[in-house]
Design a binder for this molecule. Structure first.
Ligand SMILES: Nc1ncnc2c1ncn2[C@@H]1O[C@H](COP(=O)(O)OP(=O)(O)OP(=O)(O)O)[C@@H](O)[C@H]1O
Ligand SMILES: [Mg+2]
Length: 1013
């Protein structure tokens, strides 16, 4: 029987449909899971028949009749993949599958013990919608109204469809005093992708602004960049049937709903997307969406949008351990809108022309006093457009519109005036829409003209009753419905209604005074003689909005016939309260007058919405202008005191390709930071010990040049470039990406691949510690080859590394590469960049300073020695494998390890003071300053002992001879000086000899020992 009904329903209403099944699989809240378990798989919405006890109260006729559930079913038939909320009195409710998600995502409790049901108080609607849209749901909100034709019965209607890209509920907003401040977040648009011969078509629809932005002929990377700005925030993507959908096969799109659009030509695809979105939002086809093509400036040589990793490394997108860049460009607590605006401009660096406009606007702000005189409200432009389109012109929102329009016009009379045109260029670039300044001024004047008379400015108070017994709250609560929204002088109609209300309130008060107050006064008099008598009092009933008398009325008292019991709002007699017919009549009249006044205010607000709507484009510009100016003012306020600068110069005759002077980390104050000046010609190789400031220099260089090129203030004295920078790439540290199945090393290689593929000579590439995710031989080799590539391709870059092997590997020619290093004085970092190289890491010292146990470090030093020795053995089999020889049992029993023991015995030093050099390694430069005694072993397995005052040049000299070319060395520094070293040398030679070490030459030792004595 039931199955006959099912066929009328779309499969999507069954909980087994792919859409709902996928959503159910993600449940995690225990109560939600329990609720889901009782859903009826074979029935629409999972709601069972009312004849089963569990489903009692869920009676329905499969959507045909008029129970609440029938209504829900009808709505869901129209919107099968959305959650529906239906107003029932003071609540929004829903049943079946939808209620499960309210419990899962909104922290609501299940209502009642029978079938699954959940609801929320009317006032919580936006909070719940925010949670549902954050979980990628779309929601249909249905409201209830008196049905004029069915006296007293309710009708329901779909008030609004809410989606992640249009998440704010505006129904009833105009007259709602509390929701005017609702925050309109900056939402991702709806995306569509298609492809034709000339490339990829990207369609971006903003349903609240009612705009359709189409980009054409894009490369896959450029198309992808549009999406990646909203990583993690996208709910769904439309794509044309011919579009390869493996394009979307990246980790952050895994949860996105991909919708295939078929049956349209690629050129008709944007129109189809617009239609689909209108259907989805239950909008009429007649509502116009503005078609936008990219402004010329978008295409005009803009630098490449930042890579995700780069944005994270410079703190533009959140990344653990990297200070937020935006937080340091604006004062604490700045509005999110300002933060988003800055982030947008830095993630998508503007072309030179726009950057120049921005810079000059900022300069103007700095040189004028505008910073403190004008206030620019901030908000998402969609806030204005959506409420005007829904005819919900909330007075608070109108007030902001007025204020920002006034602020805009005030600019013309301020010293800022010359920069208005430039700021507007930036606005047009941000919006991808152009508007002439003339039109904007005319619209602004129109808006001011229309809003001036209606915005409330006078004291708009409800009647203040004169008698102390009469509660003023009644008058306030009744008038609350219309007062304070618009000026009472807005128009004749409003004024008339205000007067009618005032008269009605006065009459009501008069009736109370005539009919009920005498009872109270008389009783007061009686009570003077008889304290036991109970008093009479007027009491205000909030729910029924009425003033009634309470007290023990006696039938014999005079005037009793005039009294009666009042009716409550449900028509029930209230037997413990008294009133008179006259009082009730005047109360009804007063309420009716207030309702008329409310309707006239609604009409006025609807009217003003309709009047302003044609100026939407101007309003979007005004709002963006206001947001921009507020952001720039905050930026100046924050950064001027921190000595950030605007001195950026692009000059093709500059001496260097890139020069930065006195730059400092963006998260530090100028007086504590060490400032550095740096000029780049090609690649600079940066070395320095741990914690010396290498990574900081890289981040600082990226941030300073990015901010300077984009037109913002930057933490440096000045920046000059020969050619504008066309892209930034910052790669520091290693992190894995488990979701994409990439190891840390794979991520690094992937990033480098992309950077080298995209880089031009004018790209700034900053690479920190490349190749650390793998073993050292391959790691340093990859680093070396990338370094060479950057040099050969003349790419301006800084390449920081701990791979000191690079300096000693003869395959890499570093001669013509600029070498810079972090200065260090007596082992302490000064954070200054100087020219030169640094081949010590000070890792142990740094670790000690950071509080690692000294014993642990000592042990680490020992392990380090053995690492060096063993590493040699494991990775590069020597032509004469002497380490192995030790194990050949008896025949050759000599090794560098044993020689090392001799070195220690003779000098009395610990094993940790021995430095080991593999056949291609050189001593640390700092070791060249003291005397040293060393033992060398040739590739053929012969030993040689020597002493020197410059171990570095000595080893170099040895390696120039054929026999010692591939020698390995161990050495110890002799602090006491040359004569002591010489003594050791002799003793060691004799000892090695006596132990049977094959010596390359013993004459030297003998000669010295005897000859020079
Ligand atoms: N210009 C500077 N002024 C003041 N302090 C600085 C400066 N540069 C770096 N520092 C300080 O030094 C710390 C370490 O800097 P950074 O991380 O850049 O070192 P590093 O050379 O990259 O070290 P490692 O080789 O261990 O990665 C910073 O966190 C900061 O506190
Ligand atoms: Mg570092």
């Amino acid at each position: 029987m039931a199955s006959a009904h099912h066929r009328q329903f779309s499969q999507s209403l069954l909980i087994s449909s792919p859409f709902w099944r996928a959503k159910l699989e993600q449940l995690s809240h225990p109560s939600a899971i329990r609720m889901a378990e009782v859903l009826e798989p074979a029935e629409p919405l999972g709601i069972g028949r009312g004849d089963d006890a569990f489903w009692k109260g869920f009676k329905h006729s499969y959507g045909e009749k008029d129970s609440n559930i029938d209504y829900l079913l009808r709505v869901k038939t129209q919107h099968p993949e959305k959650i529906a909320l239906v107003q029932i009195g003071e609540f929004y409710e829903t049943w079946g599958i939808d209620s499960v998600f309210l419990v899962e995502y909104c922290g609501l409790n299940r209502m009642g013990k029978r079938g699954p049901r959940a609801g929320l108080p009317l006032a919580n609607i936006q909070t719940v919608l925010n949670k549902l849209t954050a979980a990628n749901f779309a929601v249909v909100v249905c409201e209830q109204a008196e049905d004029v034709n069915k006296n007293g019965r309710k009708t329901r209607f779909i008030a609004e469809v809410i989606t992640p890209s249009s998440p704010i509920y505006t129904y009833g907003l105009a007259m709602d005093k509390h929701r005017g401040e609702t925050f309109f977040p900056d939402c991702p648009p709806e995306f569509g992708f298609a492809k034709n011969k000339s490339g990829i078509i990207v369609v971006e629809v903003n349903p609240d602004l009612r705009t359709v932005f189409t980009l054409d002929a894009l490369t896959p990377e450029a198309a992808f960049m549009r999406l990646s700005r909203y990583a993690g925030r996208l709910a769904r993507i439309f794509y044309h049937e011919n579009f390869p959908n493996d394009f979307f096969d990246v980790s952050y799109l895994h949860h996105v709903n991909l919708i295939n659009v078929s049956g349209y030509l690629p050129q008709d695809f944007p129109r189809r997307i617009e239609e689909l979105i209108k259907i989805d939002l239950a909008l009429s086809t007649e509502i116009p969406f503005t078609r936008i093509a990219p402004a010329d400036t978008v295409m005009e040589n803009s630098p490449r949008p930042l890579y995700l990793g780069t944005a994270q490394q410079i703190g533009l997108l959140s990344e653990r351990g990297v200070p937020s860049l935006i937080d340091h460009m604006l004062p604490k607590g700045s509005p999110a809108t300002c933060q988003n605006l800055l982030r947008h401009f830095l993630l998508n660096p503007p072309p030179q022309s726009i950057a120049t406009h921005l810079r000059q606007t900022l300069q103007r702000l700095i040189s004028t006093a505008l910073v403190c005189v004008t206030t620019f409200p901030v908000s998402n432009p969609a806030r204005y457009i959506k409420v005007l389109q829904k005819h919900e012109a909330n007075p608070d929102i109108l007030q902001d519109l007025f204020q920002m329009t006034e602020a805009y016009l005030a600019c013309y009379d301020s010293p800022f005036a010359p920069a208005i045109a430039q700021a507007l260029q930036v606005v047009s670039h941000r919006l991808n829409m152009c508007l002439s300044e003339q039109v904007l001024r005319e619209s602004s004047e129109f808006i001011i003209e229309k809003l001036t008379p209606i915005l409330p400015h006078e004291d708009d108070q409800a009647r203040q009753p004169t008698h102390a017994q009469i509660s003023k709250y009644l008058f306030e609560n009744i008038d609350e419905a219309f007062r304070g929204r618009v000026a009472k002088t807005s128009n004749k109609d409003i004024l008339r209604h205000y007067n009618t209300v005032a008269k009605a309130a006065l009459r009501y008060e008069k009736a109370l005074t005539e009919d009920l107050i005498p009872w109270i006064e008389r009783r007061e008099k009686e009570r003077r003689d008889n304290k036991k008598l109970k008093p009479f009092a007027l009491s205000y009933d909030v729910h029924n909005k009425a003033i009634w008398m309470r007290g023990p009325v006696n039938k014999v008292e005079p005037g009793y016939q005039k009294l009666c019991h009042p009716m409550d709002r449900y028509g029930k007699e209230v037997s413990d309260r008294w009133t008179t017919h006259k009082v009730e009549k005047y109360l009804r009249e007063y309420k009716a007058a207030a309702e008329q006044a409310r309707l006239s205010v609604v009409a006025l607000l609807t009217d003003i919405a309709k009047t302003l709507l044609p100026h939407s484009l101007s309003i979007v510009h005004l709002a963006t202008f206001s947001n921009l100016l507020r952001t720039l003012i905050l930026h100046v306020k924050e950064c001027q005191t921190k000595q950030w600068s605007l001195a950026y110069r692009q000059h093709s005759h500059s001496r260097h390709r890139l020069e930065m002077s006195e730059c400092f980390p963006y998260w530090m104050l100028p007086h504590v930071a060490v400032k550095n000046s740096l000029s780049l010609q090609n690649v600079a190789l940066l070395t320095g010990h741990n914690m010396a400031g290498k990574s900081t220099i890289l981040r600082t260089s990226a941030v300073v040049t990015l901010l300077a090129s984009a037109g913002f203030m930057f933490p440096a004295q000045h920046v000059s470039v020969k050619e504008p920078i066309d892209g930034w790439f910052v790669r520091t540290g290693a992190s894995d990406d488990p979701e994409a199945g990439l190891s840390a090393f794979a991520v690094e290689m992937h990033d480098i691949k992309i950077a080298l593929r995209d880089a031009s000579e004018n790209t700034l590439i900053l690479i920190d510690e490349l190749g650390k995710g793998t073993e050292s031989k391959a790691g340093h080799a990859i680093a070396g080859s990338v370094l060479e590539y950057l040099y050969q391709n003349n790419i301006q870059s800084i390449f920081s590394t701990h791979w000191h092997e690079l300096f000693f590997n003869s395959a890499i020619d570093l001669d013509s590469i600029q070498k810079i290093c972090m200065e260090n004085q007596q082992g302490k970092a000064t954070y200054k960049v100087v020219s030169g190289r640094c081949t010590s890491s000070f890792a142990f010292e740094t670790a000690l300073q950071l509080g690692i146990e000294a014993s642990l470090i000592d042990r680490a030093k020992t392990i380090a020695k053995h690492y060096e020795l063993n590493n040699r053995y494991q990775t590069t089999p020597s032509p004469a494998p002497f380490f192995i020889a030790e194990n050949i049992g008896g025949y050759v029993t000599h090794s560098l390890i044993r020689a090392g023991k001799v070195l220690c015995e003779v000098t009395g030093m610990a094993e940790v003071s021995i430095t080991y050099l593999s056949s291609d390694a050189y001593p640390l430069l700092k070791d060249s300053n003291s005397s040293a005694v060393y033992i060398l072993r040739t590739a053929e397995g012969f030993y040689y002992t020597g002493e020197t005052d410059n171990i570095h040049t000595r080893i170099e000299t040895h390696r120039q001879s054929d026999t010692k070319k591939f020698c390995e060395v161990i050495y110890i520094l002799v602090a006491e000086g040359k004569s002591k070293a010489r003594k050791y040398e002799t003793q060691i030679t004799l000892k090695l000899q006596s132990l049977g070490f094959p010596m390359l030459s013993v004459n030297d030792a003998k000669h010295r020992h005897f000859g020079s004595a």
